[in-house]
Ligand binder design. Structure first.
Ligand SMILES: [Zn+2]
Length: 92
């Protein structure tokens, strides 16, 4: 028995369980990083500024053209930042 007490420690075991439950219940925010463009007019297909709406591949949420473009630029910014962080030497 004693070695288990040492292994898990004695601090706030109940709190730890509650925190885990909260984590599971909380919604996982979708970054909407993969938006699919849709065009109402076939003639406009391929024109980024004529997109009628976007849908998110991950969560199927629908966005207007303006919203979609903002989300995509935000996603691109996130990628750029994380790549910059990776490029920076962690040691030295
Ligand atoms: Zn999404």
């Amino acid at each position: 028995m004693g070695f288990l007490d040492k292994l898990f420690g004695r601090k706030g075991d109940r709190q730890t369980v509650r925190a885990k439950e909260d984590e599971a219940i909380a919604d996982i925010a979708c970054p909407h990083g993969s938006l699919v463009p849709h065009w109402d007019q076939l003639g406009d297909m391929g024109k980024t500024d004529a997109v009628s709406y976007y849908t998110c591949e991950s969560c199927d949420q629908r966005f207007s053209g303006e919203q979609g473009q903002r989300l995509m630029s935000e996603a691109a910014e996130r990628v750029r930042v994380s790549e910059e962080e990776r490029a920076q030497p962690s040691e030295g």
